[in-house]
Design a protein around this ligand. Structure first.
Ligand SMILES: [Zn+2]
Length: 247
């Protein structure tokens, strides 16, 4: 019985082996790898010597020459300074004397100019129509006033504005009210003087403000404590209109 089983198993095994396909073809012959063509011998270029790193040329930026720094000491209260740097020269010498009272609507008055720079403050304390007189001044005032405005903005970085409390004055209010009007004397009456403060008001800074006014080109500057009075040496508009027979 067992012998028949093994016989059957042997037959089955033989039959299964008969199904295995045996590849009797000759083994593939290894093909020789293609021989790489010899690479062209690289031409030997002269090895460049390391060049020193070029230092970029310095760049010079043209800067427009600005006004020289204002190195004058602060002007003490009551102290004045002229264009020449004198602390004793009078306003009459530095800015030349007042020659007349320019009356409103006169020939000289009509040559006054107005300044409307929005960065400036104007006090305008007079009643209309005199409240516009703070804007009015001799044409030669414009340049030093514009310079001073820039100096103030640079000095305090915008913390203060330059304020004009008085310029031309037809009301002759720069003399005591009890004084005789015909003898009143001030360059404000010709539009050649201006009173300046800072805004917001800070009287502790006016010593410096007055010095900046001197550096800006005003010919005579006085620190009056409550403000800086500054005037210019320029041809009087009284003279300019003399030939026309008007003040
Ligand atoms: Zn004044």
């Amino acid at each position: 019985m067992i012998g028949k089983f093994y016989l059957a198993l042997f037959v089955v095994t033989l039959s299964s082996l008969a199904c295995v396909r045996i590849d009797l073809s000759p083994p593939p012959v290894a093909r020789p790898l293609p021989v790489a063509a010899p690479l062209p011998t690289p031409a030997l270029w002269p090895t460049p010597l390391p060049q020193p790193t070029a230092t970029p040329p310095p760049i010079f930026v043209a800067i427009a020459p600005g006004p020289p720094a204002c190195l004058q000491p602060n002007l003490a209260t009551g102290e004045h300074i002229s264009a020449s740097g004198s602390y004793t020269e009078t306003e009459r010498l530095a800015s030349t004397p007042m020659l007349c009272h320019l009356e409103r609507d006169s020939c000289g008055y009509n040559q006054l100019v107005g300044i409307l720079d929005p960065t400036l403050k104007f006090k305008q304390e007079e009643t209309p129509p005199f409240d516009t007189e703070d804007f009015l001044m001799h044409p030669a005032m414009i340049l030093p006033l514009t310079r001073l405005n820039h100096l103030v903005q640079t000095e305090w970085g915008g913390a203060f504005q330059l304020r004009i409390t008085d310029a031309y004055d037809s009301l002759l209010e720069h003399d005591p009210p009890e004084s005789e009007p015909s003898t009143r004397y001030s360059l404000h009456y010709e539009g050649r003087a201006i009173d300046l403060t800072l805004w917001p008001v800070d009287q502790s800074q006016y010593g410096r403000l007055c010095t900046l006014a001197h550096c800006a080109g005003f010919d005579w500057v006085l620190n009056e404590g409550t403000h800086c009075h500054a005037s210019i040496r320029a041809e009087s508009l009284c003279l300019d209109c003399q030939n026309q027979g008007s003040k």
